[in-house]
Design a binder for this molecule. Structure first.
Ligand code: SF4
Length: 502
């Protein structure tokens, strides 16, 4: 366990890909001998320690470089409960040292050519560029501002290569007219509803099409999850295309897990060519949640913040990550996940602000069962001046059974108040658990609606396979879209398929 850092390493240090001469190897060994014990360094070759309170973030099993995932807790990493969440520790120490604003800088993905190599030579090169005399004078100056400026002048080029140039600033979209119907409704001030449909487990599409047809009139857009819980299903991309073909507006969910940077960029170019206009970037559940045998679970090529940064630049600056020009840039409305109940609302607000700065235009939150907790999180976002820069849709799940309530109460990032469990227990005994679940969802929605105009812009329903409940919830909550037309024939067909009597 490193001396000054709170964790232990997930895996051994990276090895260089290239054959190295003796001098290079000696420098790497020296750097690792110093930085390993002190900071938990894993020799990623793309050092970020200046921005992460001198704790190496590469201990995170997901390889995240821009903050904690939605499963982060103060006690442990949800992927491996025997370890602390290293990002929680980084945030904790940054706040203690007054360095928290540094966490807003959007940090690049690894340049894998540098992986396993020393980063000291990059620092020496940076000092050389600045001029050794100027660097020494700056670092020894009596002026704290000059010291800080010199320090940053040395280390910023090390962590921010020319192909990335991340910063702590907000980058609003470079267009004015909404690119999707969802964006148009939100911009017009509607309280919108989006809903998830679980992608099918096989290549048969009849149920998927029935669900799309029957739900599309009730919601502004339909989300298709991207292998939730790291468990394969039909790809979100194919479901989104089918939704477009059936006049529904999809939200294409793309998870960083299992995706390389080139794969991400080519997918969004293709998706927008096919008419998909909403893209939700998520880091994705760890493969630890997947059924066995498990795939490689230690490293992601990208995190959600980096995905937002890359996609926003493709759209607004018309260039790929490698700098090539995109003659006809893709157009899309960019979203991200937000997590009101992960780790600590103060930390989460900073993380959400970073996503907004990187390019998130809307948030779909994790499940909310606790309105007071949601308000605490909103207050923290307000303190960070974020609420007028992003549309927020609150995640609601109707509980179908007591068992579901108990399972969800154990999911990191979900807070299930005791009174919800007690209500579900009583309803379970009376044989009315699913009805109670619907009533709880309706009560939550009615309370959330009061925040319209105060930071909340709608609801994101996550029925977890209970898709037939969506029309009822939307109708009873009085949340039908403005031009709502009841399509009786498709509704009847769908009711028949789901054995529902009306
Ligand atoms: S909880 Fe998430 S962010 Fe924290 S160390 Fe584990 S995988 Fe990384």
């Amino acid at each position: 366990m490193p001396g000054l850092t709170p964790g232990r390493r997930w895996q051994p240090a990276y090895s260089p890909f290239k054959k190295e001469n003796f001098g290079d190897r000696a420098l790497q060994v020296l750097e690792y001998s110093v930085k390993g014990p002190l900071f938990g360094c894993r020799m990623c070759g793309n050092c970020l320690l200046q921005e992460t309170a001198f704790i190496c973030p590469m201990e995170c099993p997901k390889g995240l470089r821009n903050g904690p995932c939605g499963g982060s807790t103060s006690e442990y990493c949800y992927v491996d409960k025997t370890r602390p969440c290293i990002w929680y520790k980084i945030y904790e120490r940054s706040f203690q040292l007054g360095r928290e604003e540094l966490l807003l800088e959007v940090l690049p993905p690894l340049d894998w050519e540098k992986v396993g190599q020393d980063s000291w030579r990059d620092v020496f090169r940076s000092v050389g560029k600045m001029g050794v005399r100027k660097a020494v004078r700056g670092l020894l100056s009596r002026s704290a501002e000059r010291r800080k400026e010199t320090w940053d002048g040395i280390f910023r080029p090390v962590r921010q290569p020319d192909w990335w140039q991340g910063d702590r600033l907000r980058h609003p979209p470079a267009y004015t007219e909404p690119v999707s119907d969802l964006e148009r409704r939100l911009a017009a001030g509607e309280f919108v509803v989006t809903s998830e449909i679980s992608p099918p487990l096989s290549s048969r599409t009849d149920k998927l099409i029935r669900d799309i047809e029957a739900t599309r009139h009730y919601v502004s857009a339909l989300n298709f999850t991207d292998n939730a819980a790291a468990t394969p299903r039909m790809t979100s991309w194919a479901c989104s295309q089918i939704a477009v073909d059936h006049d529904a507006e999809p939200v294409l969910q793309i998870s960083a897990r299992n995706r390389s940077r080139s794969n991400l960029q080519s997918e969004v170019i293709g998706a927008t060519a096919l008419g998909i206009r909403n893209i939700l970037c998520v880091t994705g559940d760890s493969a630890k949640l997947s059924p066995a045998p498990r795939e490689k679970m230690d490293i992601n090529d990208l995190d959600a913040v980096q995905m937002l940064w890359i996609l926003r630049r493709m759209r607004d600056e018309g260039r790929y990550l490698d700098g090539r020009e995109i003659k006809y840039p893709p157009r899309f409305f960019l979203g991200a996940a937000a997590s009101p109940f992960s780790s600590n609302p103060v930390f989460q607000a900073l993380r959400e602000q970073k996503k907004v700065n990187a390019g998130a235009q809307f948030f779909q939150t994790n499940l909310v069962f606790d309105i007071n907790g949601m308000e605490t999180w909103l207050d923290q976002l307000a303190k960070r001046n974020v609420l007028d820069k992003v549309y927020i849709l609150i995640g609601i799940t109707p509980l179908k059974s007591l068992k579901m309530a108990v399972i969800l109460s154990e999911v990191p990032g979900v807070h299930m108040p005791m009174n919800v469990i007690q209500r579900m227990e009583a309803a379970h005994v009376a044989g009315k658990a699913s009805e109670e679940g619907v009533q709880i969802a309706l009560e939550l929605i009615s309370q959330i609606k009061r925040y319209h105009g105060q930071g909340i812009h709608g609801i994101h329903l996550m029925p977890v396979g209970w898709d037939e409940v969506v029309p009822r919830i939307v109708m009873e909550a009085g949340l039908m879209p403005k031009e709502f037309v009841f399509d009786q024939s498709s509704q009847q067909e769908w009711n028949n398929a789901h054995h529902i009597e009306k």
